[in-house]
Design a protein around this ligand. Structure first.
Ligand code: ADP
Length: 343
């Protein structure tokens, strides 16, 4: 076991952030007074592009020094105790370009050695264990360039876990993965989150899954919500509505309301929308149990931030699973393709 112990295992939060501010040299303030505490479990850092998620992640990982405030990982300060903090952290990179010609097992063995696991037998056992955990045992001898996108991402998780860090930091992990791989990845995060802290940043609400313990919603460099998912769901009550109508009327409604999903059955269109104010169209029915995605959209709509909050390809044609008996369920997000490219 090479992992560093928390400075005080019983009461020290894995991540503790107080009054964090960061202004880039350009003069742009990316984080503006962030307070956040994370214990064991999966924490979703949610927010639109440009909210400051990557800046926050980079500060936690000691890659950039904050302009002001305090950030501690396992009780260690990210500025003054950088080495200690790094020992506590596993970071999942987006890219594995540099390792393309190496074999999966070799990559992990090398990284484990670099992290200080010098005893060969123990290291081999740990590499086998972590490969099993991420479901890559069968491809241990395959070259990285021969792996699918989802496998590469899981190899990223394996390398981040090999030295048994207390905290796993994962930045936009499902970008570029197909739906099946996304589901598998979410399950993996849920498994790992049972015993470690995972801080997972994303702009796709569905990435957080059912296992998410708390959501921190970052917008414009500030935490605008922090709490368990049911709290966000409660805030959306009465603000999500459903309406079934003709396609001509649906078009008119779409221009006036923020539509989260659309389904077509028997020539009728059913729209699920979030309202910016408290008033709903006359023939609308309130959705009693909005999804987390709808709740997020409703929360952002209230802040006048619907465009920024739009979700991408989770609800492309055929991917919707909510409306029974529908001929077709489709996302109506014009920014989807753009988001995917920007992702
Ligand atoms: P997110 O990860 O939520 O998309 P970022 O942390 O990448 O947000 O960016 C937050 C804000 O800071 C954005 O407005 C972005 O343009 C700006 N920003 C990010 N990196 C830099 C940088 N190196 N120099 C100047 N501004 C930056």
């Amino acid at each position: 076991m090479t992992s560093t112990q928390l400075r005080n295992t019983t009461s020290t939060p894995a991540i503790e952030i107080k009054g964090l501010r960061h202004t880039y040299h350009s003069g742009h303030t990316a984080l503006d007074g962030v307070n956040l505490t994370c214990g064991v479990g999966l924490f979703g850092l949610l927010g639109p592009n440009g909210a400051g998620k990557s800046t926050l992640m980079r500060i936690i990982c000691t890659l950039i020094e904050p302009s002001a405030g305090q950030v501690r990982v396992g009780g260690y300060d990210v500025t003054r105790e950088r080495r200690r903090v790094r020992e506590m952290l596993g970071y999942l990179p987006q890219d594995f370009g540099g390792w393309r010609l190496h074999r999966v097992e070799e990559v992990l063995d090398t990284l484990a050695q670099l992290s200080g696991m010098l005893e060969k037998k123990k290291r081999r056992a740990r590499v086998a264990e972590v490969l099993h955990q991420v479901g890559l045992s069968d491809v241990a001898h395959r070259k990285v360039k021969k792996l699918s996108g989802g496998m590469v991402r899981r190899l990223g998780v394996a390398q981040a876990l090999v030295h048994e860090p207390k905290v796993l930091v994962v930045d936009e992990p499902t970008v570029g993965l197909d739906p099946e791989e996304r589901i598998r990845f979410r399950k993996l995060m849920a498994d790992i989150g049972r015993e470690r802290t995972i801080l997972l940043s994303t702009h796709i609400v569905a990435d957080l899954g059912a296992a998410c313990r708390e959501i921190a919603l970052l917008d414009g460099g500030q935490i605008v919500f922090q709490g368990p998912p049911p709290e966000l769901l409660a805030l959306a009550k009465g603000r999500v509505f459903e309406i079934t109508t003709s396609s001509a009327e649906a078009e008119a409604l779409e221009s006036r309301h923020e539509v989260v999903s659309r389904s077509i059955a028997n020539g009728k269109v059913t729209l699920r929308c979030v309202s910016e104010g408290r008033e709903l169209p006359p023939s609308a029915t309130v959705v009693e149990e909005p999804t987390l995605e709808e709740s997020y959209m409703a929360f952002m709509a209230e802040r006048g931030r619907t465009t920024a909050a739009r979700q991408d390809d989770e609800h492309l044609p055929g991917k919707g699973d909510r409306v029974e008996g529908a001929d077709k369920v489709e996302g109506v997000d014009p920014a989807a393709a753009e988001n995917r490219q920007a992702g």
